[in-house]
Design a protein around this ligand. Sequence first.
Ligand code: PHE
Length: 449
Amino acid sequence: MAAARGQFSSRFGFIMAAAGSAVGLGNVWGFPTNTAENGGGAFVLLYFVLAFVLAYPALMAELVIGRHTRSNMVGALSEIAGSNRARTVGKFTGLYAVLIASLILSFYSIVAGWMIAHLAEPVATALGCDGAARWLVESSASRSLFFTLLFALATIWVISRGVEKGIEKWSSRLMPSLLLLLGALIVYVLLQDGAADGLALYLNPDFSQITNPTIMVEAMGQAFFSLSLGVGTMLIYGSYISKQENLPQLGAIVTVVDTGIAFMAGLLIIPAMFVAQNNGVEIFSNGDLVAGPGLIFQTLPALFDTMGGTGQFIGFAFFALMTIAALTSSISMLEVPVAYTVENHNQPRPKAAWLIGGAIFAISTLIVLGGDAAFGFVVDLTTKYSQPLLGIVLCLFAGWVMHRNKVLEEIKQGMEQAEQTLFWKIWPGYVRYVCPLLIAVTFINSLRA
Ligand code: PHE
């Protein structure tokens, strides 16, 4: 009785959906703040290198396994396993990934909710509702819960509509709007006084920082989170790609778009900080550039305030950008547990979406009530510890468990001359040895950092 499996109707649809998953708060917030914290241009350079040498091969592992098995991560890893033991490992890894994707969504929705609150603030101010405007920008449990719920409802609604009518349709609408908003904001900010100092910091790498192990670890974490790796998001999106498509090329496009938009977000935010300084806003605390939530929710709004009426408009556009980026990512997170429930437990999609989305909102509520400690715990558990480890297992499955001939066969669909390509000369050995080892070394380093 299982309903027919969804599939992206076009190449463009897949690219928008996968790039939409990849491009999120991780790019527009995480990347610029990490850059501000970790020595500017050096971090940017390292991030690019790691995105292509580590994250892209891992992304390919997910896409190949996903399209080959046409299944969610639990089903996929058990299916390619040759032995009972590998099957059990595959199944539990898949279930763990489903849990981690859900937990990422539980904290991500809270942050996304803050973005919506800040988006509403200029509107409340324009309407003269000063009390409401204050509530919208001051942190409180009621504000967090209200907007988390709003964001969760939007996410659930899109996912309940399915692959083509939900994920593909909304990603294809929202991603171009995101690009337009981002482009317009960059042009505006770069024309303001002070922007050049930010640009200089952003674009001049301090090469002495490049071998700094903490920066390496941060850059790898950033690359993994940003490409939505490890938790089966890219695997499930891969499972909806037509067999006619060239996978290595699609993966490369998604990586380029993701890193490109992160780079653009940096072009917006770092110069904006120096424009803020030029307008009298404090952008250093204890000698370091402000980063983290302070940057997004205090420094930048303070900058918008110094710009009068235009500032209100710019602030609105900025938080609209954040909200869109978050939504195209959150739907990809919810798709992971929902696809699993639909496929492995034969549940109708809308029911699965509402029930699981509701359960995840309940976890968000606990996190809001648990405060910073609960929030930090879930973020570290998911992004710092689980994502790299799951990434290692996925590479091992693509490199060792899945039969090499099957891997080649899969890649050849949509890329007939695969054997002659540089990709096929490098990648198979690469996911077998280099990726797992590099991820492991960086991971161990991160535990000591
Ligand atoms: N890539 C998203 C971002 O950059 C986050 C994400 C992580 C999405 C894991 C899906 C799965 O914000």
